[in-house]
Unconditional design. Sequence first.
Length: 408
Amino acid sequence: MPYHFALAPSGLKESLSARQAAEAMAEGIRKVTPDATLDLIPLVDGGEGTAEALALATGGRLERRTAAGPVGTPVSTHFAWLGAGALRGLTQAPTAVVEMAAVAGLGLVPADRRDPGLTTTYGVGELIRAALDAGARRILVGCGDSGTSDGGAGALQALGARLLDPYGRELPPGGHALARLDRIDPAGLDARLAGSELVVACNPFNVLCGPRGVARVFGPQKGATSAQVVSLARALERWAAVLARDVAGPGTPDLRTAPGTGASGGLGAGLAALGARLLPRFEILLDHLDLDARLARADLVLTAEGSLDHQTARGKIPAEVARRAKTFGKPVLALAGTLGEGAHETRAAGIDAYRSILPAPVGLAEALTHAPAYLTDATEHALRMVLLGTRLRPREGRAQPVADTVPA
């Protein structure tokens, strides 16, 4: 019988969407087993491609807009409408999907301006307001791949809140300015928020403050120096305190440490103060794909992401795919653009084997440009090794090898 492979990658940031990654992996498999059955399951985690993926999955559509980007200049962006095949757990009220990465993502921050203390989520608030203008009564905000660390302050400003320093002056954009925050005037907040539902699909491992707060964990990835990380962490502590005092209502979770408050540079905390529900992203974004049943049918599950490291097991797609696949006893192979510190920890999450897609040390620009070919070739080579292994049988009386490495 032909093999049945489930291809369930996330996107590779700034190079391949999840769908493009799945298609590149499929091409590699066809070079080895042309008659194999391939189930392409491109997955999103709230980051890049989420709005489009959910529109396609539910028969919805994208609506184009222009809004302020993360460095304040206008960018072409969009939000999505869910269609008739709406996500499980959501009723049929008009539902818009705002993908924060499409308006405040890291890919929209020029390389020479990557200071997360200066970037803003203002455009996210503009898209929420545009969705309300268009008739949305529920707004699902996808968090991921952000280029910001302003705690959602910009989004609240776009929705009508005033962030004031001790002299009553409006704060400029960015997380660093929050260190001077004295009070928030919520009087101008869009009144329609009270009659609408905000749902945030986020990574519950991400929290706003503390030793694992977003400034310390993600600030360096977004371009912050060590000194800027310390300054930004203090500013977000101030933001959480004032936000809880001046905006948050009864029943609001702890804005410093509740699961998901650190999503997208703290956007989760800002929206939680407005009454948003912070929900684990995979409960919302994956279940409508019938993912478990599709993994159960596979002989081998392949997944992929941009970097496999110690963060992978903390709510990233490959770890979630592996966790689900393991409930059916399915082997899991992960491919990654780079292998970072702690990549071996993913084995405990259910990933049986992994490898980088890079054929040799290359520069970032080259890696991004050639990512489709690299992923195709890596899939082909990895699968050939897997199939070779299935043909090996220990001879009678010979001890089985204990090493899991392959000689060069």
